[in-house]
Ligand binder design. Structure first.
Ligand code: URA
Length: 422
């Protein structure tokens, strides 16, 4: 077997066997297969795809390329988001479902590109530690039912290497490669059930609804093949989620949501994903779970769990610094907001310093943009459209205004939850 034969085979539209896929992954990790050879194979896969069987095999090989966590708890539920603008859902969901005795032992990422990461957001709470030993992690989950860290053990090294190469070879958007990347990491992190928030739209990795459905079915199938309860919710990412886009301002919005005073779209999403997580974790119907989730969202128990969690990880919830300056952006016209470009808002927030262009960039946790209005709302000239929170780096009023489109005719509010596949 050699890599050139394998690339040729894929180029001819033939299926690769599990042994051939293992040869590729092992060879890439031990350096005998070079970046340019792997890039060539990834490009063929991006163009021609992989069969379901190949994708399942690839996921399994990637999963076994490193450690697989055994957390010794039987009802751990994990949640994953494919990444969106203003997506602070995990910060609300994790303590909310933990307050219902569903265990959350979670690893999250940092932001890269125009989307933020939960770990950066949590670090905007003064003192919040996002790293701990495996023993401390398990103890915290045992004691208070929730722990969230940036990384743990050497999970799926194959994905770290391949993702970095995909990032610079234009192969990030391949459906089978996304499915195997996400699912290998979820399977390695020790949860018994997995809920995936698959974002669809201009601010998301996947823009096309049919492709999103294909990806959802594939991930659910991989999860079930591995004896994990798995559900995938397709959600709209054509406008930012909630109003706040940044780090500290998103945490504040998440806290308000846990106090029962959050934006409607974020609250709806939390209830939907939370109901699925609780239904899987407690083995009850989604309807019964929804009642419990709503109860703890509005009776303060979810918020109490957040306080307990933040304290356990060393954070001071009363100390979330904000940027030194703020500037309101004023609407120049009357009308209905017909669209808000999530991708561009994400990029502007990054330009203020809230996000990274490369993995090593320093970010400013205090800056960002808070929208005052969402798609479908009627606005009048002279009202505030958004507020920019900034320090040294600046953006212009025109740049923010250009993210909005207006219409004279009423515009329907976009549907947030598009579909659920389980
Ligand atoms: N998120 C991942 O973890 N992997 C991908 O390939 C895409 C999004």
């Amino acid at each position: 077997m050699d890599i050139l034969d394998i690339i040729d085979k894929k180029e001819n539209g033939e299926k690769l066997t599990k042994e051939e896929l293992k040869y590729v992954i092992d060879g890439y990790l031990n350096g005998s297969i070079k970046d340019y050879q792997m890039a060539s194979l990834l490009t063929e896969i991006d163009l021609l795809g992989l069969s379901e069987e190949e994708t399942i095999n690839l996921t399994d090989i990637m999963l076994h390329s490193g450690e697989i966590l055994d957390l010794n708890f039987d009802n751990i539920v994990d949640k994953h988001s494919t990444g969106g603008v203003g997506d602070k859902t995990t910060i609300v969901l994790a303590p909310l479902v933990a307050s219902l005795r569903v265990k959350v032992a979670k690893m999250s990422g940092r932001g890269l590109g125009h989307t933020g990461g939960t770990i950066d957001k949590l670090e905007s709470i003064k003192g919040f530690k996002t790293a701990m030993s495996l023993d401390a992690f398990k103890n915290q989950v045992d004691k208070i039912g929730i722990a969230l860290v940036g990384g743990m053990g050497n999970l799926v090294p194959a994905d770290k290497e391949i993702y970095a190469l995909r990032d610079v070879t234009g192969t990030v958007d391949s459906i089978p490669l996304i499915a195997s990347s996400i699912m290998s990491k979820k399977l390695a992190s020790g949860a018994s059930s997995i809920v995936i928030d698959l974002k669809v739209g201009s601010g998301a990795l996947v823009n096309n609804l049919d492709e999103a459905k294909e990806l959802a079915h594939l991930m659910v199938k991989i999860g079930k093949n591995n004896n994990k309860k798995t559900a995938c919710v397709l959600t709209n990412m054509n406008e930012p989620l909630g109003y706040a886009v940044g780090n500290s301002i998103e945490v504040i919005e998440a806290i308000n949501t846990l106090k029962g005073d959050g934006p409607e779209d974020l609250t709806d999403l939390v209830i939907k994903l939370g109901s699925l997580m609780v239904s899987m974790g407690l083995n009850i119907s989604e309807k019964q779970a929804e009642e419990k989730v709503k109860e703890n969202l509005y009776n303060g128990k979810g918020y109490e769990k957040m306080l307990e969690w933040v304290k356990a990880q060393g954070g001071d919830i009363n100390d979330i610094p904000l940027a030194k300056h703020s500037k309101e952006i004023i609407i120049q016209t009357d009308g209905y907001i017909s669209s808000i470009n999530a991708l561009e808002i994400g990029k502007l927030s990054r330009k203020l310093g809230a996000g990274r262009l490369t993995k090593d960039d320093e970010i400013d946790l205090t800056v960002g943009i808070i929208l005052n209005h969402k798609v479908g709302e009627y606005v009048k000239k002279g009202e505030t459209l958004a507020t920019i929170f900034y320090n040294e780096k600046k953006i212009t009023e025109e740049e923010v205004l250009s993210c909005f489109n207006f219409s004279e005719k009423p515009v329907e509010k976009p549907k947030l939850i598009i579909d659920t596949i389980k």
